[in-house]
Ligand binder design. Structure first.
Ligand code: PAF
Length: 330
């Protein structure tokens, strides 16, 4: 017997003695869970909760392995991994979701939601749930909407008070057609880019800025590479918890309910994180040296006015009635 096999034997015996023979004998399935941010972010907190519920309620028949900080690649690549079954689970932004299910893009329309409560009510209500169900046809199983907060602009060129201040600004956007239309309409120079390339591009100056919620700006330490923060809240940023069809189709009905329950509890944890960072994030970023300006109600109205031509495009894609009904909903 080689040294390696002897070591394996000893490990198996030790495991059996520690946990009991029954435990050591039952099969465990690894769940690779990929996400773009650090374990200390809102995604990390949600991932921990999802793991806690699923591992706890299945007696560790499923064991989560985290791949934080884009450890499995950009969000599009991870979603493609779910489709082909090389990745079991993910938490992603809405960045590339509308490239898989076009209807999901309706929530990426700027100035659609008044506040977090409004957004959460719509996502948890019939419109949001119908869109979740559409992911199955795209080879993905969407279990719940999560969230990141409202997106704000950071950049190294100038403070932003009105639409003219973003003219020509090389602004990294997600690979998201709705956002790209908005920033083109404002006269900026939107540069779609996968997240893993963004910090390097900001450092090298190939882009002037980017836009993301406070949850991301703080977690990704963007104050180290960005000077100005404009609290613009120009668009709500949903997130989504998904699993692969391969995993889903292999689960019993009881285990499906456990994965769903874990995802729902993960969303509660993620939203609590966002609530907290929405109140503390600006002060933190100021203390880290960023120059911060918040758009006034009037300045936001100027952006909304400038975005009217983009809204004409959104009406064509999603229907004016749907957009108006989301805006008007309580
Ligand atoms: O900007 C993005 O691409 C996303 O908001 C991020 C940072 C990857 C989180 O999902």
């Amino acid at each position: 017997m080689s040294i390696f096999s002897r070591h394996l034997c000893r490990t198996a015996v030790a495991a059996a003695l520690t946990f009991g023979f029954g435990y050591a004998a039952h099969a465990q399935q690894e769940i690779k869970l990929g996400y773009a941010l650090a374990t200390t972010s809102h995604y990390g907190v949600a991932a921990d909760k999802w793991q806690e519920v699923v591992e706890g309620e299945t007696d560790k028949r499923f064991v989560f392995r985290h791949f934080p900080s884009s450890g499995l690649g950009g969000e599009r690549e991870v979603l493609e991994g779910l489709q082909i079954g090389t990745v079991e689970a993910t938490i992603v932004s809405s960045g590339t979701l509308s490239n898989f299910v076009p209807d999901a893009g309706v929530f990426d329309i700027p100035f659609l939601f008044r506040d977090l409560t409004h957004a959460r009510t719509v996502l948890d209500g019939p419109v949001g749930q119908e869109i979740l169900a559409k992911f199955e046809d795209a080879g993905l199983i969407a279990l719940a909407w999560g969230e990141q907060g409202f997106r704000h602009i950071t950049n190294n060129r100038n403070a932003i008070e009105g639409p003219t201040d973003v003219a020509g600004l090389k602004l990294r956007t997600m690979e998201n057609p709705i956002h790209i239309t908005a920033f083109n309409t404002l006269g900026a120079a939107p540069t779609p880019m996968a997240w893993p390339e963004v910090v390097g591009a900001l450092q090298q100056g190939t882009i002037d800025g980017q836009e993301n919620p406070l949850s991301v700006i703080t977690s990704a330490k963007l104050s180290e590479v960005q000077e100005h923060l404009t609290v613009s809240g120009h668009v709500y940023s949903p997130a989504m918890l998904l699993v692969s069809p391969d995993l889903w189709n292999s689960l019993s009905d009881e285990d499906k309910e456990i994965f769903k329950k874990g995802a729902a509890e993960a969303v509660v944890a993620m939203r609590a994180f966002v609530d907290n960072v929405e109140t503390s994030g600006v002060e933190q970023l100021k203390s880290e040296g960023m120059t911060v300006g918040e758009l006034t109600v009037e300045q936001k109205a100027e952006f909304q006015k400038a975005l009217e031509p983009a809204y004409e495009e959104y009406y064509k894609t999603y229907g004016k009635d749907l957009i108006d009904s989301i805006i008007a909903s309580e």
